[in-house]
Structures are given as structure tokens and as C-alpha cells.
Design a protein around this ligand. Structure first.
Ligand SMILES: Cc1cc2nc3c(=O)[nH]c(=O)nc-3n(C[C@H](O)[C@H](O)[C@H](O)COP(=O)(O)OP(=O)(O)OC[C@H]3O[C@@H](n4cnc5c(N)ncnc54)[C@H](O)[C@@H]3O)c2cc1C
Length: 472
């Protein structure tokens, strides 16, 4: 079957990969001139990479690891020490470690909590460890039921004190969802914790050894093309064309650079675009259907990714760090953590700025000025005094609508990959799968879409009339 897929992020690429593996012919149509969507990266004028997001991989990413294994690129993951590391704003340039010992789960994570003496008192540790038990013992059903509460409300119900909430969960919530614990659904953090508590290496973190565009997306594309599929850049979906029975007749692709619009037809159609774009391109007759109406309950969250190149090293830590700053979320010195960004003498700090709603409309200069102020608090020895480190250059990448906003109650709005339209499917980390708005979620959603297409009865949709086929 010929399958047209709008969107060349991880979901669209994973969908196409599993479709060619099943003997189908996917045609990926990506609107931009770069692959990867939220993992897209670019080279600046000096040849330095900058990215849409600082991306960490976890041991508890079975579908991503399987995909990379199938593409023979697992060695591109640079695994770090099994630990979660937090800045200590009250003791600048010191770090608090949750070191996870190499013993079976969940005892490894529990021991890492019990062994941390910087951030938690014994009473807090015991309350924290006990508070996590319902999620472990009662499984995913309990975790899903907690979607009615914000993380903050859930922590209060579990009797887990404010300090744990403010110290650990603000950091976790900002890192995973780009919003604060009073805004985020408890289900999100409990799902992540559950994965970490159930798998020995679930919380182990890896970085890719280079840019996701080159080192992760390109091998997927190579596999798709080598097996008869197609991947096209600069092919924005403009309109979903319908038959009289509301099934899809074709994808109208906007012609760029003076080229005329064209229609791509196929046997099945997939939107692997973000939920925000899908809502805009929703055909009028579908808007009345409850399945598609649910998408109105989902909306991408703003986030900003910052890159700061300094004239010297600010840290020697080869790991993701939780900044515990109001403005910033997680960060890493990519000159250490990522092989292709390596610099033995100078730091390149990559930060996620979240929550970003108050910053997304501000100028790059304002954002960097505020970030530098925050960094002076985190790294006073390096950034204040007689000979402070100099900021050589910076890049700010703003994403006004990234992954879906994971506020309480959103689980009910996340759609299945199969839709009421017989020849139309959805893919994307916002669609329903167990791994939330993450790379793992995107890859899993693509795989689920490919399975749904492969397993669907062949006779359901009418054979489309082929109008024009793309050919580059
Ligand atoms: C700052 C940041 C940090 C992150 N950190 C992590 C992390 O550490 N770990 C993790 O697992 N996840 C992380 N994520 C989340 C992860 O990147 C996403 O969940 C995942 O990449 C989403 O993939 P997707 O394919 O579902 O959607 P997208 O990546 O949004 O892909 C949608 C694609 O559709 C294309 N498109 C849009 N409109 C059209 C159109 N009209 N026609 C054709 N194509 C169109 C877009 O250009 C895009 O390529 C992070 C995200 C951000 C922004």
C-alpha cells in the first residue's frame, strides 16, 4: 500500500520505517527544509550545532532502543553514570546526587533516595519513598486515575512535604513537561517514576553522540528510502482533500519557491504533524465528529532552548543537570556530554528555559540577559569576580507550541492512532500511548500507526484516484 505521511518528525519517520518493514510504500511529506520536528538541529556559520531541544534518552525507552537497534546505531548513545544530579542554589557550584546503585529495581531508586542527604531529611525521604508505592503496587490503572489531580495536589494527598515538592518535583515537572507541579497532571510524573521504578536501568540517561537530525533521523530516512519509501522536505500539507463520504481523496501540498500546488494521492493517509497544526488543517466535515472534537482539548506548550558558548570550562560534569532555577530547567555542558560537540577547553551549555509562556515573546537579548543573571547565581566562581568567563556567542530557539500541555484531565483528549475515517490515521507523541510527550512516545506512536494500517481490513476505504505524484 502507498501511504502518504504529513510530518517528518520522529513519529512520521518511525511510522514510515515500520511501514516499509511491513512491505508498504510510505511517502513522508515534511513542511520544513529540515527533518526531525522537535528534534531538528542546524549548523551555525561556524559549523557549531544548535537544536530545538536538549534531548536526553532513558533506559526506559524500549521502542527508541529497539528502533536504534534495528538500524544498527545503538552505539550512538553515550550512556552516563546512573545518577540524577541537581544544582544546589543555596550552595553554588555544588551538586546533589541521587546515585542509583546497580541492584534490581525498585530498590536501586529507593536506595538512591535514602542515600541522598543534601536535599531530604529522613522524614521526607520516608514520606517520599512511601508516597511512591501506590504507583508501583497499583500499576498503570492507578497512574491513569490520578490524571484528575495536578502533581501538587497528588503530593499533598500523599503527605509528601512541600520541600520535596519544591526541590525535586518542580525540577522533574519542568524537565518532563515544561510546566510547574501545580499545572501538570500527576499522571505524567507518576508514569515516568513508574518506568524508572520498574526497570533496573530505566532512569539511566544517555545523550546522542551528535545532532538528532544527522545521527538519528538520517539513518531512519536511509532505511526508508533503501526499502522503497520516499522522504521529501519542503512539502507542506495545505489541505486534506475529501471524497463525498468524507474519506481522504488526497493531500494538497503547497508549492514553494514559485512551484504550483500539487496533489499527492495514496491508499492511506497519516497526519504526523503536531496537534496544533492538525487542528488548523482539520477538514470542515470532520469538525462535527466527537473523535476530532477532542483535539480541541490539546494544545502545544511553549518552550525555549538556549545555547551559550563560553571562552572556558564552567563545569566538568558529563551528565544532564537539574538547575533548580526559576527560569531554567535541565541543562548539560554539551562540550562534554556529546561527542560531536566536544571542546576540551570551552563549555557550550545547552539549557531548556521553562515554563516559557512569559518569555516566548521576549527578544533573544532579554532572554540571554536574564539567563546570564541566573547563571551568575549558579556559577559565581566562574561568572563574577575579576576575570569572569566570557560568553562568546549564543543561540535562542523558541518553540511557541511544542509537545501537548500535560495539564490535569488531558489523557481523555489524547486520540487513538486510528480515526473514524477509514483511510486516515494520526501519529505523534500527543496521540495515546504510554510514553507521554517524548521521543519514545513519538517513536511508539509511529509504530502503533504503522501496525494499525498494516492490520486494517484491506477493503475498507475506496480506492483513491491518483492525481499527481511527487517526484523528487
Ligand atoms: C526543548 C525540548 C526538549 C525536549 N527534551 C526531550 C527529552 O529530553 N527527551 C525526550 O524524550 N523528549 C524530549 N522532547 C520531546 C520530543 O522532542 C517530542 O516529544 C518528539 O520529538 C515529538 O515528535 P513528533 O513526531 O510527535 O512531533 P514533531 O516533532 O512536532 O513533528 C511534527 C512534524 O510535522 C511537521 N509539519 C508541521 N506542519 C506540517 C505541514 N503542514 N505539512 C507537513 N509537515 C508539517 C513539522 O515540521 C514536524 O517535522 C523535547 C522537546 C523540546 C521542544
Amino acid at each position: 500500500m502507498r501511504v502518504a505521511i504529513a510530518g517528518g518528525g520522529l513519529a512520521g519517520l518511525s511510522c514510515a520505517k515500520y511501514l516499509v518493514d511491513a512491505g508498504h510504500t510510505p511517502i513522508v511529506l515534511e513542511s520544513r527544509d529540515v527533518l526531525g520536528g522537535l528534534v531538528a538541529a542546524w549548523k551555525d556559520e561556524d559549523g557549531d550545532w544548535y537544536e530545538t531541544g536538549l534531548h536526553a534518552f532513558f533506559g526506559a525507552y524500549p521502542n527508541m532502543l529497539q528502533l536504534m537497534g534495528e538500524l544498527n546505531i545503538l552505539d550512538r548513545l553515550q550512556w552516563k553514570e546512573h545518577a540524577l544530579i541537581f544544582n544546589q542554589p543555596e550552595k553554588p557550584e555544588t551538586y546533589s546526587y541521587f546515585k542509583v546503585p546497580d541492584i534490581p529495581a525498585p530498590f536501586n531508586v529507593i536506595l538512591s533516595i535514602l542515600n541522598n542527604n543534601d536535599m531530604l531529611t529522613w522524614e521526607q525521604k520516608i514520606r517520599f519513598a512511601l508516597g511512591l508505592w501506590p504507583g508501583v503496587l497499583r500499576g498503570q490503572k492507578y497512574v491513569e486515575d490520578m490524571d484528575k489531580y495536578s502533581l501538587h495536589e497528588w503530593l499533598q494527598r500523599q503527605g509528601i512535604g512541600e520541600r520535596v515538592s519544591s526541590d525535586i518535583f518542580i525540577a522533574a515537572s519542568k524537565a518532563l513537561t515544561f510546566i510547574n507541579p501545580d499545572e501538570v497532571s500527576a499522571t505524567i510524573i507518576l508514569t515516568a517514576l513508574n518506568k524508572f521504578l520498574q526497570e533496573r536501568y530505566g532512569s539511566k540517561i544517555a545523550f546522542l553522540d551528535g545532532s538528532p537530525t544527522e545521527r538519528l533521523c538520517q539513518p531512519i530516512v536511509d532505511h526508508i528510502v533503501a526499502n522503497g519509501g520516499e522522504v521529501h522536505l519542503k512539502k507542506p500539507l495545505k489541505q486534506i482533500l475529501l471524497n463525498d463520504d468524507n474519506t481522504v481523496n488526497g493531500f494538497l501540498i503547497r508549492g514553494l519557491d514559485g512551484a504550483p500546488d500539487e496533489v499527492i494521492t495514496a491508499d492511506r493517509y497519516v497526519s504526523a504533524m503536531s496537534v496544533d497544526v492538525m487542528k488548523v488543517l482539520m477538514p470542515e466535515p470532520w469538525k462535527a465528529m466527537p473523535f476530532f472534537q477532542k483535539l480541541e482539548g490539546l494544545e502545544g506548550v511553549p518552550v525555549i532552548n538556549l545555547h551559550l558558548w563560553f571562552d572556558r570550562k564552567l563545569t566538568d560534569i558529563d551528565q544532564l543537570l537539574f538547575s533548580r532555577s526559576d527560569l531554567l530547567s535541565v541543562y548539560a555542558d554539551m562540550s562534554i556530554t556529546c561527542k560531536a560537540y566536544e571542546d576540551p577547553d570551552r563549555s557550550m551549555l545547552e539549557f531548556v528555559l521553562a515554563p516559557a509562556k512569559d518569555w516566548i515573546d521576549k527578544s533573544d537579548e532579554e532572554i540571554i540577559a536574564a539567563t546570564m543573571k541566573e547563571l551568575e547565581r549558579l556559577f559565581p566562581q566562574h561568572l563574577t569576580g575579576d576575570d569572569p568567563a566570557k560568553l562568546r556567542k549564543y543561540k535562542v530557539v523558541k518553540t511557541p507550541r511544542s509537545v501537548y500541555t500535560a495539564s490535569p484531565g488531558r489523557q481523555a483528549y489524547r486520540p487513538d492512532q486510528e480515526t473514524p475515517i477509514a483511510n486516515f490515521y494520526l501519529s505523534g507523541s500527543y496521540t495515546m500511548q504510554q510514553y507521554l510527550g517524548s521521543m519514545e512516545g513519538a517513536v511508539l506512536s509511529g509504530k502503533l500507526t504503522a501496525q494499525a494500517i498494516t492490520n486494517a481490513p484491506v477493503s475498507t476505504p475506496p480506492e483513491p484516484k491518483r492525481l499527481v505524484a511527487s517526484s523528487n
